[in-house]
Design a protein around this ligand. Sequence first.
Ligand code: ADP
Ligand code: MG
Length: 340
Amino acid sequence: PRGLHPRYRFDSFIKGASNELAASAAMAAADEPGTRFNPLFIYGGVGLGKTHLLHGVGHELHRKDPNLRIVYLSAEQFMNEFVTAVRNNEFDEFRARYRRDCDCLLIDDIQFIAGRDRTMDEFFHVFNALYEAGKQIVVTADRVPADMAGMEERLTSRLNWGLVADVQLPDLETRIAIVQTKAARDDMELSPEVALSIAELVRSNVRELEGALLRVTAFAQLRGVEIDPAFVRSVLGKTTTDKLPVTIEAVQKAVAAYFSVKISDLKGKRRHRGISRPRMIAMYLCRQLTGSSFPEIGMRFGGKDHSTVINACKRIEALAKEDEDLHAAVESLRGQLSAA
Ligand code: ADP
Ligand code: MG
């Protein structure tokens, strides 16, 4: 289908703890379009695989049914086409393309249209038409709908109707697997030690990882040397001052240790105050520090509803104003997590 990158398929996407949920949801959406995960909203930082997964949905749907009309474009292109259609009096064609002759809509980087009122308005109508017709919609963004300044309330609410899933920074194992897979794809031999040293040095995102691999192999070729971990460090050493953002797991671990409770209790249902307080604090810190959405946090706390998380955040904010110990605990944890 038009606009899809030939390499961005599910079979070249490496799954790991950091992207498991988003990848599985994308595959499920391609498996049963328009049913369970509609709309599917994938968000996260740059270079973490959102576009790759979005194209993957398109490829997979096309593979199963080549007659399916799959429309892929960035939100920026959507806006440009809309503006052009209005200017050239081709609005009927525009409407037909996106509302009628479309079985699956894949929109990349939706945050782009925040604050652009007429485009948001048009997207709202496109969304409604497709949604009511049971067509699959997949949207990516760099943050959760609620955090997009300037996005219409009725749109953010719709984007939250289905599943909201994030892609996070890949953990070490996933980074090693990505390096090895990319090297193998390009017919390069990398020893496990070399793959490990690259994966250890580049922690920021997958695109950086790809760039690092390219740099190492290109330099080795130019200098005619074998690649070993020392060579990797000499090439990449200077470029790695990146700091890791906080993960939900890290918050849970720190809070559990701080209050001497089990992580399983944080994810569980026990209402005893010695447990429910730490649980609420953990949810609050997740919201503050990880950029995850309320539904996502709920899911990572044993499948709780997003309203539970919202209430926990409100409660901790209120309690922190009157309870000095609690305030101190929250701030100490915040400092500890932010410094990590
Ligand atoms: P985003 O849209 O989140 O900014 P992209 O989807 O453009 O990120 O990914 C950046 C690059 O990293 C692409 O070349 C993509 O194929 C690759 N990539 C990202 N995540 C993975 C993954 N889990 N497995 C394989 N390649 C990945
Ligand atoms: Mg992208």
